[in-house]
Design a protein. Structure first.
Lengths: 381, 548
């Protein structure tokens, strides 16, 4: 039995000073606690509390603990199902960070001939950068200059009042750099909330929900058309159905799982995996990679072929990347939490003017900001 | 029970051999090996435990199963031969096999997958339904690329369940196909056997039709596979959860990447081999990938059928149902402007389930359940292995993109099982033809024939497209596709229009069911459409009509 002393920064990154580390621990711990509490049951029905989700720093992790890694493809599923051809989907995914909604975003660098020379991939949540921007702006500037461009200026990243702008000119496109996630739903907060909400076991009309799509439609904890959200929810709920307590493993974050290179061929016969270079995060929790061929090789990324087709889009690489999160479950068979017998519902609209006004305020909180082609609605906090 | 288990095997290898026996043409195996091999071929009464060996038995070619001699064994250059058989090692189980490989298993060199046609049927609704599942293991045994694909029963005794291996021989550039039936290992042929007249379509080559590895449900959502889209259902206390291989299972989305690469690898090797001296001995063996459906993959919507209600959003149907989008749009890059695959209002789909009495049925177990497959609207679509051959023929200059496009466009609204496009095979030479003359030879034969045929004939259609200038045909073809998708987009909004597409889908499913590639009853739904209903085809205007 053990308690975690404090939540570590994503990937065990070493950018934060002692104050920053404490702040990060508090942030994650608070988010976990809020997600355990869930939404106000007067506003949202059948979604709280989430008694099988727990805070690693406040509740013991029992000796029977098992980790469960959930992986999914980095290429956005919404784009896959809404496209008629590979070229169409690759072009669409390379066109905007706002459609890169699988907790992985990328930016493509090309040479004068239009060939790809480098692709930056990140799965770092924006919250960490907000915190770093507050606690150590100089570090933020240093990291941008190291990883994006030496010409980055302080004023490019921070407003007049010193507030860090996550969607700055070096991190808001698919061509000028990708430092961390900016797609509105690619947040650690979303990940924590989703995992917590997915611990609610549901039995509807005597039928226990078990499939990814049944669960996400009923529990409304994410975007049904993503690779990630239904899959994460399904895996977490499977643990909860085993009457276990569930949490996200420390360090809480989204991480690169792997780059597969099946069918890849470099012009000189070298291993295409050699050019997948980890830049941030530890070996088991990587949060930033670039795909780039050293100049002395005499060829570029665009000369590498995948099943006989040259790499012309960063999205082609994203097809072969998987992202992961790791859950932890313990006390199997011991949970006494009862399943809920109804799906999540928004409470009936209040009729008193003050309550209406309050409800309007609540409604202004951004929900899932879907990719331009998306058609569905999902509640997100 | 045994029959049911056998019915859900990875391939039809065993059934082939048994069928041969029951038809009075047994493999003709002689003692003392015969008892063991007979056991391998399904004799449940045999308890032979003689020394294990590697036998050769290529269905359709060999009358006798016999041990490979030393020379034959030395010529096998795949990991199974090198790491096991030549060393006198004959692993009994998948666990023995994997443990016998030189490097420890890592996430980088080994991937385990799980499939089961009954895997998504709710546990509570059919507690007696056998839940036979299969592991597929992809392993890079000797280098950085996968060279072993293992298929075996998952939740059965590993020593008695089937165990089959496709192993890549980097020197011969072929897959060797093996099967183990205790204690005998059988070499069932290699990739070339799939193409040879005697063995084509027989034994393991009823599913490895063109000599490559197979993953029928290749694309998302990988129906029946455990994947990021769906998890095979297990009870919370199912002891299978503690199986070490089960605990390594990852999503089939990864296997798709591996299988595509392996298909591409064999296709490249095959094409290089058959064109190396500048002459193609059997042009028809290449061109049938363009003009016919030698195989198919199964595609579907990405939506779980049981979650669809009349008020659900529109349902995106798989692009491969409407046209060969992989070949025409992804490979040949026709500049279509259509932004989305056709979508059907959910209400029409839900209504069609009742209209046509959709059900999942397994006669061998007596199981029946109303409704569609787990993911809605499973249909055959052009096979990756056919399209890959066409793509590589274009890349290697055997044919031009225009030639391929003209062939597809002859009946582009029927991407699979097109009897119209297949008629053009009559103009493909069956004698050795120079690589540089192959395309012109065929095109000339078609155009000459068209002169004496109606404009609507397959030859007439091809000839009309073939004369288009190089700078006009891509746009002309794209416009035709855009027009067609526009017609479909309008017709599918009407209930009657969608019902026609359901009938068309069922017609194509029945063509698939007639193939040996169809191994499992639960792969596809049944309907109340009469068994003798005419085969249907799609017309350019988006209507459906009986095929001639």
């Amino acid at each position: 039995m053990s308690l975690l002393a404090s939540y570590s920064p994503p990937g065990h990154l070493d950018d934060l000073d002692e104050t920053g580390l404490k702040a990060w621990n508090m942030f994650i711990s608070d988010r976990v606690d809020n997600s355990i509490t869930g939404p106000d049951p007067h506003e949202v029905l059948n979604d709280s509390p989430r008694s099988q989700f727990y805070n690693l720093t406040k509740t013991d992790t029992a000796a029977d603990a098992r980790e469960a890694t959930v992986t999914w493809t980095a290429f956005p599923r919404l784009i896959v199902i809404q496209s008629l051809s590979d070229a169409q989907r690759w072009r669409r995914a390379d066109a905007s960070r706002d459609v890169q909604d699988e907790y992985c975003e990328w930016s493509v660098t090309r040479n004068a001939a239009g060939k790809i020379t480098k692709v930056m991939f990140t799965c770092e949540g924006p919250e960490y950068w907000h915190l770093l921007g507050q606690s150590d702006p100089a570090k933020v500037l240093e990291l941008y200059r190291t990883h994006i461009d030496p010409n980055v200026q302080h004023s490019d990243l921070f407003g007049a009042t010193g507030t860090y702008n996550p969607r700055n000119r070096w991190n808001d496109s698919t061509t000028d750099g990708a430092m961390h996630l900016i797609q509105p739903n690619n947040t650690l907060g979303a990940e924590i909330e989703l995992a917590a909400a997915a611990t609610v076991v549901r039995v509807i009309d005597g039928h226990e929900l078990t499939t990814e799509q049944e669960l996400i439609h009923c529990s409304k904890y994410g975007e049904p058309e993503r690779n990630s959200d239904p899959h994460i929810g399904g895996a977490v709920n499977d643990l909860a159905r085993q009457k276990a307590d569930v949490s996200l493993a420390d360090p809480v974050g989204l991480y690169f799982d792997k780059l597969a290179t099946d069918g890849w061929a470099a012009p000189d016969g070298s291993d295409p995996k050699d050019y997948w270079i980890r830049q941030r995060g530890d070996a088991t929790h990587p949060v930033r990679f670039i795909y780039e061929v050293p100049q002395d090789k005499g060829f570029t990324v665009g000369d590498i072929e995948i099943n006989g087709k040259p790499i012309q889009f960063g999205a082609q690489i994203a097809d072969f990347i998987t992202i992961k999160l790791t859950g932890v479950a313990c006390r199997f068979g011991q949970s006494t939490t009862q399943p809920k017998n109804a799906c999540v519902q928004v409470a009936p609209a209040p009729v008193e003017p003050a309550a209406v006004a309050q409800n309007l305020s609540a409604a202004s909180v951004p929900g899932y900001r879907a990719a331009p082609l998306a058609t569905s609605w999902t509640r997100r906090r | 029970m045994d029959g049911i288990r056998e019915h859900r095997r990875a391939t039809a290898w065993l059934q082939q051999a048994r069928t041969a026996e029951t038809r009075g043409s047994p493999p003709g195996i002689t003692p003392p090996a015969s008892r063991a091999v007979l056991a391998a071929l399904g004799d449940p009464d045999s308890h032979d435990r003689e020394a294990p060996s590697l036998y050769r038995f290529v269905v359709g070619v060999d009358q006798l199963a016999r041990p490979l001699d030393a020379q034959e064994l030395a010529e096998l250059g795949d990991p199974m031969a090198e790491l096991f058989f030549r060393r006198g090692i004959f692993p009994l189980t998948v666990q023995d096999l994997l443990a016998g490989l030189p490097e420890p298993a890592t996430k980088a060199n080994q991937s385990v997958y799980l499939i089961g046609e009954a895997g998504q049927i709710p546990l509570g609704s059919a507690p007696e339904l056998p839940r036979a599942m299969r592991f597929a293991v992809a392993r890079a045994a000797t280098g950085r690329d996968v060279d072993l694909l293992v298929s075996t029963g998952a939740n059965e005794d590993p020593a008695t369940t089937f165990l089959q291996v496709a192993a890549w021989d980097p020197a011969a550039k072929v897959f060797n196909y093996y099967m183990r039936i205790s204690p005998v290992w059988v070499w069932a042929g290699n990739s070339w056997s799939a193409l040879a007249p005697g063995s084509r379509g027989h034994g393991c080559f009823d599913s490895h039709i063109n000599g490559s590895v197979v993953m029928k449900e290749l694309k998302a959502p990988w129906n029946n596979w455990q994947s990021q889209a769906a998890t095979i259902r297990l009870a919370p206390d199912d002891p299978f959860r503690s199986d070490p291989l089960y605990q390594q299972v990852i999503g089939a989305e990864n296997l798709e990447l591996t299988v595509r690469a392996l298909i591409s690898r064999w296709t490249a090797a095959r094409l290089a081999a058959v064109t190396q001296d500048g002459t193609v001995e059997h042009p028809e063996q290449l061109m049938r990938h363009l003009f016919t459906s030698t195989a198919v993959n199964l595609a579907s919507t990405a939506t779980q059928s049981s979650t669809i209600t009349p008020s659900s959003g529109d349902l995106l149907l798989p692009p491969g149902f409407w046209l060969n989008s992989d070949a025409l749009l992804s490979d040949l890059e026709l500049p279509v402007t259509a932004a989305l695959p056709p979508m059907v209002p959910a209400a029409h789909y839900v209504e069609s389930l009742g209209t046509f009495d959709f059900a999942l049925e397994e006669k061998s177990s007596g199981f029946s359940q109303p409704g569609d497959t787990f993911f809605a609207f499973v249909v055959p679509e052009p096979a990756c292995e056919d399209n890959e051959m066409v793509r590589q023929m274009v890349k290697q200059g055997l044919i031009t993109g225009k030639f391929a496009a003209c062939a597809f466009m002859v009946d582009f609204t029927n991407p699979v099982f097109s009897s119209v496009r297949e008629q053009l095979m009559a103009h493909v030479p069956t004698t050795p033809t120079a690589v540089t003359e192959l395309q012109d030879h065929i095109a000339r034969a078609i155009v000459d024939a068209a002169a004496n045929l109606p404009p609507g004939s397959p030859e007439g259609r091809f000839a009309a497209d073939w004369v288009l200038a190089d700078d006009t045909w891509p746009k002309a073809f794209a416009q035709r596709i855009d027009d067609y998708l526009g017609h479909v987009g309008r017709r599918i909004q009407e209930s009657a229009g969608f019902d026609d597409y359901v009938r068309l889908a069922e017609s194509r499913r029945r063509d698939f069911k007639a193939m040996r590639l169809n191994e499992f009853e639960l792969t596809l739904p049944t309907t109340n459409i009469p068994a003798d209903a005419p085969r249907l085809g799609m017309i350019d205007d988006g209507t459906v009509a009986p095929t001639p």
